[in-house]
Design a protein around this ligand. Structure first.
Ligand code: ATP
Ligand code: MG
Length: 496
């Protein structure tokens, strides 16, 4: 029901006005009265929203109830009018209903009769208000949905990153303008077409990989190179599966980011490093050579104290030279020069040579170095100095990070299409947290145990680059304080 309703009673008979007032006020209604039609209409005009129900006597001197009825709809359309009629005027009541009165009550009436009629009207009024509110709410939520939709649309369309949505059948469902720019196709052309039709093979492969592997995949990242207006554009494509609440696959969303500038910056950085290291190598090598000559006494007698200081200087010069060499290797590898000198390599011979070279270093530290190799191994295609560098680095790490009395094992065997080389130690190990980072350039684990061990943190990043360039893989397993094992797999038949 309407809360705190207000009723206006228009009747020329004071007794009717007072009686109605009394009855309705008892029912917690506010009642306003008027003694004729004009006064009543005037009151309604002043505050049209205030009144819920009008109790209107049809037979009044002056303005008749019928006239009031006609006019009140124009003033306050939401007032429900109950007309009060004499016994003999049922016809008039019917006419009044036709003119828009909601109900009628014949005179004279009992308090209960009045109450029933008024309550019925109030219920109708409450229903009307509820309907109105619901309708408004529905309209509002539709408006919100439309607004929300257009907001998302605007955001996706104004992104500089490309957004491509593909359904689980591989049909393109959404492309924002950035994607259409990258691909040089219009959205109209592409929408509804299969992802295979996209003129960018790597993109369609990435999306298809996600759709194949589906909901269990966290995502695939790819770098894509394309030509646009005669220049190279590098895109990073990150594609992830889209699933519903039950984790079943709905499709794939790919985000394409233009990383051309980053690539350019990276190249400039690599060029700079290559240039600087190249320029540094000769003078540092000269310093080291001169110090060696002096230390050997070839430039005249030196005393013990001088020898000690010069010895330290030579050590540092050698360290610097190692760093320069690593950096040069790295920049060469990054420039893609590493795999140019591929030739057939007897991996077993090469490994035993490397192991023998490292043996004295291991023994000096009180470590056992074991080497085990399968008898007949196929020849692989490799770049000898670089692949030698891989194993030197891995074995030297194993020796460096294994305390006295430990064991370093190198094994080499065939595994399907690959040759598998394991370098295993019983050393200090690598924490789970550090493990994913050890192939990063300059990354070194910092703990009490590694503090005294010198290194640049470049070794493994070079190892990884060389292995990648040979289309091989490298994996690492490690348990802190128990040991580490690196596994390298190199393809026996090199795929182009
Ligand atoms: P360098 O460039 O002289 O080789 P480095 O040995 O510190 O320096 P990486 O060979 O790249 O650099 O190794 C990175 C880090 O990984 C090391 O600093 C070390 O903390 C950790 N690490 C590598 N190999 C092992 C291993 N066998 N046992 C324990 N920690 C290792
Ligand atoms: Mg190392």
């Amino acid at each position: 029901m309407v809360e705190n309703p207000t009723i206006i009673v228009i009747d020329d008979e004071a007794i009717m006005r007072d009686g109605s007032s009394r009855i309705l006020t008892k029912d917690k209604m506010a009642v306003v009265t008027a003694e004729n039609g004009e006064a009543g209409l005037e009151l309604v005009k002043e505050t049209p929203e205030k009144f819920d129900i009008m109790l209107l006597d049809l037979m009044m001197p002056g303005m008749s109830g019928m006239e009031v009825l006609e006019q009140v709809k124009g003033v306050a359309s939401s007032i429900l009018v109950i007309v009060v009629t004499g016994y003999a005027t049922v016809d008039t009541a019917v006419e009044a209903m036709k003119k828009g009165a909601y109900d009628f009550i014949p005179k004279p009436f009992t308090p209960d009769q009045l109450r029933i009629v008024v309550h019925r009207a109030l219920e109708k009024k409450a229903l009307e208000e509820e309907t109105k509110r619901l309708r408004e709410e529905a309209r509002k939520s539709l408006r919100d949905v439309a607004k929300e939709k257009s907001k998302t649309h605007t955001i996706i369309n104004s992104m500089t990153d490309g957004v491509l949505v593909v359904d689980k059948e591989g049909v393109m469902a959404l492309l924002n303008p950035a994607v259409t720019r990258f691909l040089s196709v219009s959205a109209e052309e592409a929408l509804g077409k299969a992802i295979d039709d996209v003129p960018l093979e790597k993109l369609s492969e990435t999306v298809k990989e996600v759709l194949e592997k589906g909901e269990n995949l966290s995502g695939v990242s790819q770098e894509i190179l394309l030509q646009k207006d005669g220049r190279d554009v590098f895109l990073r494509c990150h594609a992830v599966p889209v699933t519903d609440e039950d984790k079943s696959l709905l499709g794939c969303v790919a985000v394409l980011q233009d990383i051309t500038q980053l690539k350019e910056l990276e190249r400039m950085k690599a060029d700079f490093v290559a240039m600087v290291t190249h320029e540094l190598r000769a003078p540092v090598a000269a310093i080291e050579q001169q110090l060696t000559v002096i230390l050997k006494g070839l430039a005249g007698e030196i005393n013990e104290r001088q020898a000690k200081m010069l010895g330290r200087a030579k050590e540092r010069a050698k360290g610097l030279l190692d760093l320069v060499r690593d950096l040069l290797d790295l920049s060469k590898i990054e420039a893609g020069m590493q795999a140019q000198y591929m030739e057939p390599v007897e991996i077993g011979d090469m490994l035993s040579r490397v192991v023998e070279l490292m043996r004295s270093q291991a023994e000096q530290k009180g470590l056992t170095l074991e080497f085990e190799i399968e008898k007949t191994l196929p020849v692989i295609n490799a770049d000898p100095p670089n692949i030698e560098g891989v194993f030197t680095n891995l074995i030297s790490n194993a020796i460096k990070y294994t305390p006295e009395g430990g064991l370093v094992q190198v094994t080499c065997k065939r595994e399907g299409e690959y040759i598998r080389i394991d370098v295993k130690d019983t050393g200090i190990g690598i924490s789970e947290k550090a493990l994913p980072r050890i192939f990063e350039r300059f990354y070194r684990v910092k703990t009490e145990k590694t503090r005294q061990i010198v290194g640049t943190g470049l070794g493994l990043s070079i190892v990884k680059q060389v292995v990648d360039a040979h289309l091989g893989t490298i994996d690492v397993k490690s348990v802190e304080n128990q040991g580490t094992s690196f596994t390298v797999r190199l393809p026996t038949v090199l795929k182009s």
